[in-house]
Design a protein around this ligand. Structure first.
Ligand SMILES: [Zn+2]
Length: 182
């Protein structure tokens, strides 16, 4: 199957499993979605209008109308993810052996963990492997304000905890090392 088909299956299952609190958090985070974002066009008319007219969601977070926005939000996490990883996830979900094919999007290496996780450089994207925020700095001993530490310190922490610090682990997927290439 294609990457897109696999990601759709994975995301539909992920969205089904989200708690109300998790849904709320993502919706609030994504409520300010740019009208030029390619995902905005795919939203149902009623949802587009709700986003444009209100500062926050007006219905219960469990309302299915929000699933499309959750999908757009979570879709971003699968950019450049390895086909092997997608195959494994989708095979478990479908209880059958599936092979995912297609071109993986090229990503840039994270200055901290060196996994290829960044769609763009120096634009404050957060690495999905180590949680480093890419402020464009690559000097080891320069204090990075968004990360509240130096790159050298973050690298040490990555070796010790698997993330820039222990508290970031809660925001990262446990199988993230399998998701991306080095
Ligand atoms: Zn990283």
């Amino acid at each position: 199957m294609t990457r897109n088909e696999a990601i759709t299956i994975i995301l539909n299952s992920t969205i089904e499993d989200l708690s109300k609190e998790e849904r709320e958090e993502i919706l609030i985070d994504w409520w300010g979605i740019d009208q030029n974002h390619p995902g905005f066009d795919n939203l149902p008319k009623t949802l587009k209008s709700e986003i444009l007219h209100f500062d926050e969601p007006q219905r219960d977070a469990m309302d299915e109308v929000y699933n499309v926005l959750l999908f757009v939000a979570l879709r971003k996490k699968y950019l450049g993810v390895r086909n092997e990883y997608l195959s494994k996830r989708v095979s478990v979900l479908l209880h059958s052996n599936q092979e995912v094919e297609g071109v993986q999007e090229e990503l840039y290496s994270c200055p901290c963990c060196e996994f290829k996780t960044l769609p763009i450089k120096g634009e404050y994207e957060i690495c999905l492997v180590c949680f480093w925020e890419d402020d464009g700095n690559t000097y080891l001993n320069y204090y990075s304000s968004p990360n509240h530490m130096t790159l050298a310190h973050a690298r040490e922490n990555f070796v010790e905890y698997g993330a820039v610090n222990e508290t970031s682990l809660q925001f990262l997927q446990s199988d993230r090392l399998e998701m991306f290439c080095k």
